[in-house]
Write a protein that binds this ligand. Sequence first.
Ligand code: HDE
Length: 710
Amino acid sequence: MDKKTPETVSINERSKDLELERNRSDPAGQRMTTGQGVPVEDTDNSLKVGARGPTLLEDFHLREKIMRFDHERIPERVVHARGSAAHGYFQVYESLAEYTKAKVFQDPSKKTPVFVRFSTVAGSRGSADTVRDVRGFAVKFYTEEGNWDLVGNNIPVFFIQDGIKFPDIVHAAKPEPHHEMPQASTAHDSFWDFISLMPESAHMIMWVMSDRAIPRSYRMMEGFGVHTFRLVNAKGVSRFVKFHWKPLLGVHSLVWDEAQKLAGKDPDFHRRDLWEAIEKGNFPEYELGLQIIDEKDADKLGIDLLDSTKIIPEEVVPVRRVGKLVLNRNPTNFFAETEQVAFCTSHVVPGIDFTDDPLLQARNFSYLDTQLTRLGGPNFTEIPINRPIAPVHNFHQDGFHRQTIDQGRANYFPNSLGGGCPFMAAAEKGGYRHFPEKVAGEKVRQRAESFQDHFSQAGLFFRSMSKPEREHIIMALQFELAKVEREEVRKRVVEQILAKIDAELVTEVAQGLGMTVPTMTAVKGKLEKVVDTLGLPMVDKSPALSQENQKKDSIKTRRIGVLVADGFDTAELQSTKAAIEQAGGELVIISRRLGMVKGADGQSVKVDKSALTTGSFEYDAVFVPGGAASVSVLKKDGDSVHFIQEAYRHCKPIGVTKEATGLLEEADVSTSSLGVVVGEAGGQDFPAKFIAAIAQHRFWARHDKDLISG
Ligand code: HDE
């Protein structure tokens, strides 16, 4: 018998792409066949007795075609049904061998292929992208020692502490069972009823009511592993770790009014944004950040690391950026890749291990289990997008849709008929060895005492927000609770949850709902402990939590809507376009008619969007070039005036030159308002000032409170 050596693979950025190639099918230049490969003569007419006669059962092409169509759907994910994905790679900046033996973290010259799926949680597959919800951020690393799935969210905490509550929270959040309403929204009685009775959700509720739950783009949101995991090095030393993804474009959000309008005008807003950015070569990039905690320091943090409703503030344990994720290729086929990808938290590689977080432990069961129904059996690991690049050999066999053709007689271990193969690998040879954590105790159904502080971090989050961000949270709560029909549910949320978080919060929400403001119930938290034990100068606030403190130095990939009609000032449009494109932004020409629009000097430009199909909420800023004839048309057009007013109310930068100030007047927007940039006649500095304003993203201070009411 041949003496075989174990197969190994060396990974590079294209490994998974090449591996998928064997499953790709391209009809170009090919003739149509049946599923059996028999060429088809006619796919437009069924086989009949005479042109007007009955159809024959013998028509195997008709039957096969209809049968295949009848079974195209598979069950959607029970949560995270609506999603979009992309391929890319991950590259570590320097070896992390000190912390983990995972090969993906050893060699800075190596690019490991990844597939990343973003999603909303509550809505069905066809629901709108911009609803208020948590976003999934799931990453599959195809490493040389097997697949590692980091299945995270864009919010670092969760609603519940124990996985046994997951069916309850999801039932409560999903459309109500008797009439299946509302779709993709938590603004209903059963959700808030549950929340009012589950104080452990208080911290998560603050995040979900904040701007984080309405991101501007998947490319501009953070990601978090949520649970504490372990990194284990070659010597077997384990440290705790929290995973973060930091988008290089900064963290930006929509406002609620925009999000709702987008849901109607472009329900695919985030999916389109991701797809188009990649097609244009604007590859989304995120840095992987690690908060690493030595086991001996875990008790000093004032929180229990096994409690997924808590964060470790970045000011307490800094986030070290260790590598970069780049998404540079759209999937070839949505169903084959984005829909059939199966993430499982239990897919780990040597050097990465679990903790006893009861949420994580339950997930480790759920993700494996859910694929059985969704993907039709246990062979989902053989579906091309799920197949590891690393070689797979075991005695799992048979079942629906088995692809692998196992050779030989021995399908059991130990065996002698198969030469004892496949053999085991010692930990030193790459075998996965679980971290030998010491555990002892009684079997109990209990929640640890250290899990009991539900309100300190909810308050920390609220206090760490800027004034506009706090107002957004207040307005979101007013919106959601105003949709709750039962008064006692509203009351319980306000009295039992909000009154334990923050005085400003509870006062404003209660007043907005026409309720008596309850007295704050003081709940002594444990955060003070962090100051005591680590002597750190914070925790009353964590500036890292506020999006206001994120970097705002670039306009890369921002979309600027340009309102024009015939007679616009061509030179102004061209010079502004050149400057904005140079800075990485994009101008989108909007006009009443598609086709060409003519400048005052006779030169025409192509219209990108008909004003009928778009609105100010699809853009990051608005630009109106001068040109008396163009501006005079826009002034008479209610939609253009509304465009300006709406952009203004959403606190967006608005740039106008020369005659275009007339459109501002018509819209009742003062030229001296914050974030309104006016180009003086002949002024050279307009583009630079406008670009600086766009980089700020929004001008919240423009009009304090009413800005988000829509
Ligand atoms: Fe999930 N979750 N989850 N979840 N989750 C699923 O798995 C579950 C939780 C997350 O793009 C399901 O394949 C339980 C936290 C993402 O395909 C299911 C619990 C976090 C995705 C499931 C949680 C997540 C899912 C549905 C509590 C952030 C989409 C379909 C114990 C760290 C992955 C599927 C994709 C999907 C179970 C809580 C993130 C049912 C039981 C916390 C990003 O298995």
